[in-house]
Design a protein around this ligand. Structure first.
Ligand SMILES: [Zn+2]
Length: 125
């Protein structure tokens, strides 16, 4: 007999959910340190190459903040554009996908120098 537990989480959203949960933990810890019992606003930085799917992230967010200090907080997300430097010719370019090659010389050995950010920038209590 198969039993499907209620409230099981869509596995497609698991990655984003675990990220959201760690953000909630960080934010609550900081708020408690500041003597607050509620967070009014949170600002996040999420890079375009961070691998986070924003639709899943926002879905997980709504679920995860319930009955936390972030329950009524507004959320602002800054997207950092992807950026890479070619290890062959040294040119820097806008990277739209993680495995893009250098547009100058077609080399695939590149350093990702922007867009992988996942940070809590600030919280307002
Ligand atoms: Zn190059």
């Amino acid at each position: 007999m198969e039993i499907l537990p209620q409230n099981s989480t869509d596995p497609l959203h698991m990655h984003e959910l675990s990220i959201v949960l760690s953000i909630v933990k960080i934010a609550e810890k900081e708020a408690v340190k500041a003597g607050a019992d509620k967070i009014r606003k949170i600002e996040l930085e999420i890079g375009e190459l961070s691998g986070i799917e924003m639709e899943s992230f926002n879905f997980a967010w709504k679920e995860a903040i319930k009955s936390t200090m972030l329950a009524d907080a507004s959320k602002e997300v800054q997207r950092t554009p992807g950026k890479a430097r070619c290890l062959e010719c040294g040119s820097e370019f806008r990277m739209n996908h993680l495995y893009d090659g250098c547009p100058q010389c077609n080399n695939y050995f590149v350093d990702v120098i922007g867009g992988k950010e996942l940070n809590v920038v600030s919280i307002f209590v």
